[in-house]
Design a protein around this ligand. Structure first.
Ligand code: PEP
Length: 251
């Protein structure tokens, strides 16, 4: 997969004024950069950012969605609403959702199914904690999270997925996995997808997330099974984010 995919996860950051400035600078910086880019922004700003992106090649995404379609679920946002606001993607099962909102694998699967029904591309996040890595359980945990979702999808749906490997210990810590560490897990994910999808496992983009920055992006992108990145902190800095997107040009 030569052309990389870089998704921004702004998390709970932004304001009307700041978004306007950030998106303007990102769009200007991306001109001529061959990279697929999606901005996953807080729900209240989807309409604003969607307007700023309108007519261009940069996609819009949500950071979560409800497992319900509509009705008495105060505070929730459905997949149909995200589609209505021109989203193409949605992050599902981010470790912060799993940790702070007790999202189980079963709930993550329900959300992935709702996203697909709404025509959204789910960016499914999987990743181990520091304790799990130190206990040698990385592959068991990551492949378990992966299988819990893919087991509930038919092959057509499985091919529409994006998987983001995000080791929990690397998120927001400044301590990214080395390219070799990330590649090893990506290869294991690709292998598991291959058992299910055969050669079509190659069509499922595998993103790495966890302290990606302008300095380490190129070496991560050089790895065979790293098809792009999910970027948190650095996506709030236009210069750094554009540099990450441009880092794929070397490969
Ligand atoms: C994330 O929020 O998904 C993430 C990877 O964050 P950061 O890039 O800040 O580690």
């Amino acid at each position: 997969m030569a052309r990389k995919l870089v998704a921004a996860n702004w998390k709970m950051n932004g304001s009307l004024a700041r978004n306007h400035d950030l998106v303007g600078k990102v769009l200007a910086g991306l001109s001529g950069v061959a990279c697929e880019v999606v901005l996953c922004v807080p729900h209240p700003y989807l309409a604003q950012v969607g307007g700023l992106l309108e007519g261009g090649a940069v996609g819009l995404g949500g950071q979560d969605l409800s497992a319900h379609d509509a009705g008495a679920y105060t505070g929730e946002v459905s997949g149909a609403m995200l589609s209505d606001l021109a989203c193409s993607h949605v992050v599902v099962g981010h470790s912060e959702r799993r940790k702070y909102h007790a999202e189980s694998d079963a709930l993550v699967l329900e959300k992935v199914q709702k996203a697909l029904q709404a025509g959204l591309v789910p960016i499914l996040c999987v990743g181990e904690s520091r304790e799990e890595r130190e206990a040698g359980e990385t592959d068991r945990v990551v492949l378990g999270q992966l299988e819990a979702v893919f087991a509930g999808l038919d092959d057509v749906a499985a091919r529409k997925m994006i998987v983001a490997y995000e080791p929990v210990w690397a998120i927001g810590t400044g301590l990214a996995a080395t390219p070799e560490m990330a590649q090893a897990v990506h290869a294991a994910i690709r292998g598991a997808l291959g058992t299910r999808l055969g050669a079509d496992a190659a069509v499922v983009p595998l993103l790495y997330g966890g302290s990606v920055n302008a300095e380490n992006a190129a070496s991560l992108f050089a790895m065979e099974d790293i098809d792009g990145a999910l970027v948190g902190g650095a996506s709030l800095d236009a210069e750094a984010f554009v540099a990450i997107c441009a880092a794929n040009a070397a490969h």
